[in-house]
Design a protein around this ligand. Sequence first.
Ligand code: NAI
Length: 466
Amino acid sequence: MADPKDYVVADISLAEFGRKELDIAETEMPGLMALRAEYGDAKPLTGARIAGSLHMTIQTAVLIETLKELGADVRWASCNIFSTQDHAAAAIAATGTPVFAVKGETLEEYWSYTDRIFRFEEGGANMILDDGGDATLYILMGARVEEGEDDLIANPTNEEEEALFAQIKKRIAETPGWFVKQRHMIKGVTEETTTGVNRLYQMMEKGHLPFPAINVNDSVTKSKFDNKYGCKESLVDGIRRATDTMMAGKVAVVCGYGDVGKGSAASLRGAGARVQVTEIDPICALQAAMDGYEVVTLDEAAPNADIVITTTGNKDVITIDHMRSMKDMAIVGNIGHFDNEIQVAALRNLKWTNIKPQVDMITFPDDTRMILLSEGRLLNLGNATGHPSFVMSASFTNQVLAQIELWAHGDKYGNEVYVLPKHLDEKVARLHLEKLGVNLTQMSDEQAAYIGVSPQGPYKAEHYRY
Ligand code: NAI
């Protein structure tokens, strides 16, 4: 029997509200509901003990309940200190699923919650479902420290590392050998986002990946939809809920023109802002120019910008010098995964005035003020509620298929990073057509033969880029 108090949420009495929103979200998540119908009886995830680290939102609650309906045992934490929707966490906790997530939790709590998602009664998790790679990092780094690489946690360079290293030390002191045992138990990880996928490829190249990984992000029905159309809706939503600023006519700079940048630039343009883009990649810079955006450097654009948003997954993109050069009351935010896109640490010794949760006004020595959203953490989840359910359904349908694949057929895979096969990508898209009233054309056998594909798909070669 699970311990009924095996959870940490802000307010369990929000469960009923969370459940009502969950019921609505289900009507907008046809992919997940179709998987419940297809696999609910067979329960292909029976025996899987999934440690989940992904923004604890209403949409994620529908994902969790889908994993459970397919037979999995699940423990969950958020992958960001500001992204939890407390009513969603309460609704999940109320069903008896252990969840550790509070909007506005501290970094120390964050890492202790990450620890708790692995602590199944049966002795540990055997699968990880990750977003940004923190759950994977926690286990792999802890195991390497136990194997003698103490220097890995010797010198924290920022407050995040300080909290992570302290948690690793605490776990090792309490249960020596736990990390190595836990690492051996993991059959595989499925990773949600660009930043986490980059970490996995880097680990694989260094020979540090001890189990197979599925890169969910690079399913076409994930990155070309969630990262793009999701941010197209949720970026402006976050800025508006935080500031109520008039966006039409304002000068907005978007740093990065990858999938998230494309959606973000479109979001701001849709709100009537005059949008400029910065890029380091000539291909993406050319795309931005030909989509009609002025491509600039942030050095030249920062002094004239009303809104500056970074979307790169890189670090130090908006520097302290950029922020010093901005005009009074410029709005600065990040929609990439980690807060180091903005040099927030360099702002810490300035005057901070908290306006409301996740909105701060920072005053520079010359009295120029700047509005910083979510302390530099991803603002669409910190200041608003993230992407709408429909687009998250496509992402999470890929997640569930990836979990089934690694759990049921993990032995087929080496310790590398894989993407789901194209026929599953097409399946995910297909599951989302009816809800939109899309009438798909069926080509004839002759047409299929002429372009060299099967009438049932896959319809594109692997090298096709969409
Ligand atoms: P991507 O790789 O497609 O795009 C990033 C772009 O930034 C690239 O085109 C790159 O050339 C550019 N870039 C890198 N350094 C730069 C610099 N110094 N200045 C200007 N441009 C620079 O990656 P994607 O998928 O767009 O993801 C970006 C970030 O957003 C990642 O951290 C990802 O994990 C995160 N993400 C956030 C979501 C959210 O809801 N907030 C949703 C999906 C992804």
